[in-house]
Design a protein around this ligand. Structure first.
Ligand code: GLN
Length: 448
């Protein structure tokens, strides 16, 4: 704990931590030291973790990096976090993100941008940018983030860390602040596959507060990492490699990895995925719709910020929301409200739901023939702070390869795959079949 506290203190310019639980973490460390002596310590004894500012942790602030919730205290602890604590992990602090997990660069935080430790002028990716940088800069061993459209994998790719998004419903979402409920998952960022797998094994599984969480038994992922796998069949999605925005160096590294896989005897085939162009629009129509509904609860009455400028109830609602939310969140609430409005519902929302089904069917078909689908995690490496902030559509393109897994509810991982000529990390993404987390971990481990 002292080691990490020192690293946090010495790298304040990264702006990853919104709060550091110095006293509490040191006390916990002492308590767990004693348990280690008594032989009663849990399986994560001493694992120092950071939590994205969208996860409930009783008695601690939870702001979603928004002015709207600044000062709000969690009333309970999310089961995922509770399970970490029960195994004696130590929470060292709360890390920044894009406001309400909406963004791809961590510039949408109400508390200033987070910086990439590989180059302070570049973004760490988002929305779990603080979670990724905390691991990248050795300020904790592992962190939890959330992944609705790539928010764990994309920042992992930009920071050279491992980012894992499990199958939708594998981990309870209770106590994870909702952005788009049919896409949201808690995700794990780490340096090693072993740590990542062990933590998933501990936090996944049934829990009664989330009606969508899976009842499927949780395998002991961490003990299945060295399984001598048979030769794998891997589908390389042609459209991802031919897409216009794909940076040459990212492409070259991906192709190098494929050659290495073939050399190891794996079968890699290029496959067609004709719906790639429809994924981002589908994702942004459905997630903004769900977000507009989920975020209607922040009305200045029940939670968080209340404008002092309201003159009656309605103006209090309006002013609280106008003043409390940042630009990107407001843009999404308006988009979502529009696509759900009576006159446009069928044209946008219903249509997007149908496309979601088509995409899922096509991907399921591919995964019935292949063990994994492979592609770069992101089309480029980390971009400069401010580079895309004027044009939201440009920013949305950073998610072009990651949203697929969320649209289909599938598990996916981003692992480091070298660096570009400026030393910025490159990520490789592997998508697996539903509930095939164990295979994904074991295969990724061999690729590192
Ligand atoms: N960048 C994507 C978005 O802004 C993904 C966000 C996320 O996964 N939370 O919606």
């Amino acid at each position: 704990v002292k080691y990490y506290l020192k690293n946090i203190e010495q790298q304040k310019e990264l702006n990853a931590f919104l709060e550091v639980y110095q006293e509490e973490a040191l006390q916990e460390a002492n308590r767990i030291d004693q348990k280690l002596k008594d032989g009663t310590a849990g399986r994560l004894a001493g694992m120092v973790v950071a939590l994205k500012d969208v996860l409930c942790h009783e008695g601690h602030e939870l702001s979603c990096s928004s002015k709207m919730l600044k000062g709000f205290q969690s009333q309970f602890t999310a089961p995922a976090v509770q399970r970490l604590l029960a195994e004696d992990a130590i929470v060292i602090g709360r890390v920044a993100c894009d406001e309400f997990a909406m963004g791809s660069s961590n510039e949408n935080s109400a508390f200033g941008p987070v910086r990439n430790a590989a180059d302070l002028n570049k973004v760490p990716g988002g929305s779990s940018g603080g979670s990724a940088v905390a691991v990248q800069a050795d300020c904790c061993l592992l962190s939890l983030g959330s992944d609705t459209g790539g928010s764990v994998r994309q920042p992992a790719a930009f920071t050279g860390t491992i980012g894992f998004k499990p199958t939708y419903s594998r981990i309870s979402r209770y106590g994870l602040v909702a952005y788009a409920s049919s896409f949201d998952t808690i995700g794990i960022i780490s340096r090693s596959i072993e740590d990542n797998a062990l933590v998933l094994e501990i936090i996944a599984g049934y829990e009664e507060q989330d009606s969508t969480v899976s009842r499927k038994e949780v395998p002991a992922y961490s003990t299945q990492l060295s399984e001598e796998g048979r030769v794998k069949k891997i589908g390389l999605i042609r459209e991802t490699m031919e897409s216009e925005g794909l940076n040459e160096e990212v492409k070259a590294k991906t192709l190098e990895k494929i050659d290495a896989l073939k050399a190891q005897g794996h079968q890699v085939e290029t496959v067609e995925f004709s719906l790639l162009d429809y994924i981002l629009p589908t994702y942004y129509i459905l997630t903004t719709a769900e977000a507009s509904s989920n975020l209607s609860r922040y009305d200045g009455v029940k939670f968080g910020y209340r404008s002092p400028n309201g003159t009656d109830l309605e103006s209090m609602y309006k002013k609280s929301r106008s003043e409390g939310f940042g630009e990107e969140v407001k843009r999404r609430i308006m988009l979502g409200t529009f696509v759900l409005s009576a006159s446009y519902y069928d044209a946008y929302y219903t249509k997007a739901q149908k496309v979601r089904r088509l995409v899922k069917d096509q991907v399921d078909q591919l995964l019935s023939e292949f063990d994994f689908l492979l592609m770069p995690t992101t089309p480029t490496t980390a971009f400069a702070i401010g580079e895309h902030s004027e044009d939201p559509l440009e920013m949305y393109l950073a998610d072009i390869y990651t949203v697929l897994a969320n649209v289909c509810g599938l598990p996916a991982i981003s692992i480091p795959n070298g660096e570009d000529k400026d030393g910025m990390p490159i990520g490789l993404q592997i998508v697996g079949g539903a509930f095939k987390e164990a295979d994904l971990y074991a295969f990724s481990k061999k690729l590192l």
